[in-house]
Design a binder for this molecule. Structure first.
Ligand SMILES: O=C(O)CCC(=O)C(=O)O
Length: 262
């Protein structure tokens, strides 16, 4: 395989890759699911809180930043051999490090709230010097069928560059989509990331994505794992004081290296 060339054609051409089941080993998955219950109840077996732990609100997406700081089982989820193997096969990366995670609990609603607005992840990551080599693994801890409000990817949108249009927190996803000026001749084709618990998707930092309502009658629970490979460089503190201080790349417990084959 040539250096840094994705082995997975879908990831290269579409900007995402969906593996519907079997990425995370069963015991690791069960432990992570139990850990979510503990973290949501404010029980942190490491003695350290997540880096952001907002109170849960009915009908609202709960987004807990770096829950793996608070839970050994959620840290072990990141260290899944199946996940590392998938990332290596799909992205062709020689080195992979986690720099942030989000535990996402999307409650079942009447269909109007807890959406995730269309966005490109890179718009929230100004502290990295380039989008290439930045990607996210989204790991399903519960069944994510069409009714559960799966993530939706816009195929090929990672070729559009950083548009800086979009809003993770936008609730009117149709209006948001209509407001995004895409490049001339581009096509907006959405692909839902339907998967079982233990499945995972990978998406490029420029791939547009969002998700609609969960009307399944049960919580949709996942962990989004934001990672970098050997390509991106962190911008200096004086250029990005706000963001730079929330990244702990020297700390392997907070920002684990999944593998290093450089
Ligand atoms: O969970 C979702 O619906 C969206 C998550 C997301 O934006 C991400 O993982 O980058």
């Amino acid at each position: 395989m040539a250096d840094n060339r994705p082995a997975d054609v879908g990831f290269e051409t579409d900007g995402f890759s969906i593996t519907g089941s079997g990425v995370i080993e069963a015991q690791r998955l069960d432990a992570a699911r139990r850990a979510v219950t503990d973290v949501l109840a404010g029980q942190f077996d490491t003695g350290e809180p997540p880096s952001a732990f907002p109170p849960r609100q009915p009908g609202v997406l709960t987004k807990i930043d770096n829950a793996h700081f608070a839970s050994n089982a959620l840290y072990e989820l990141l260290m899944s051999p199946g996940l590392a193997a998938l990332i290596r096969a799909v992205t062709g990366s020689k080195f992979v490090q986690v720099f942030n995670t989000q535990l996402l609990v999307k409650p079942s609603t009447d269909g109007s709230t807890a959406n995730v607005g269309w966005h490109q992840d890179k718009q929230y990551w100004p502290f990295w010097d380039r989008p290439e080599g930045l990607f996210t693994a989204w790991v399903a801890l519960t069944e994510v069928d069409a009714a559960a409000g799966p993530m939706r990817f816009v195929a090929g949108s990672h070729h559009w560059g950083l548009l800086n249009q979009g809003n993770f927190f936008g609730q009117d996803t149709d209006a948001l989509r209509a407001s995004i000026k895409t490049p001339p001749g581009s096509e907006w084709r959405e692909v839902p990331a339907v998967m079982s618990a233990g499945g995972a998707s990978l998406h490029h930092a420029l791939a547009y994505h969002g998700s609609g309502a969960n009307v399944s009658g049960r919580d949709r629970i996942s962990v989004a794992i934001h990672m970098r490979n050997e390509l991106p460089g962190l911008l200096r503190v004086e250029e990005n004081p706000l963001y730079f201080r929330s990244i702990w790349l020297e700390d392997q417990r907070r920002c684990p290296v999944l593998y290093d084959r450089r």
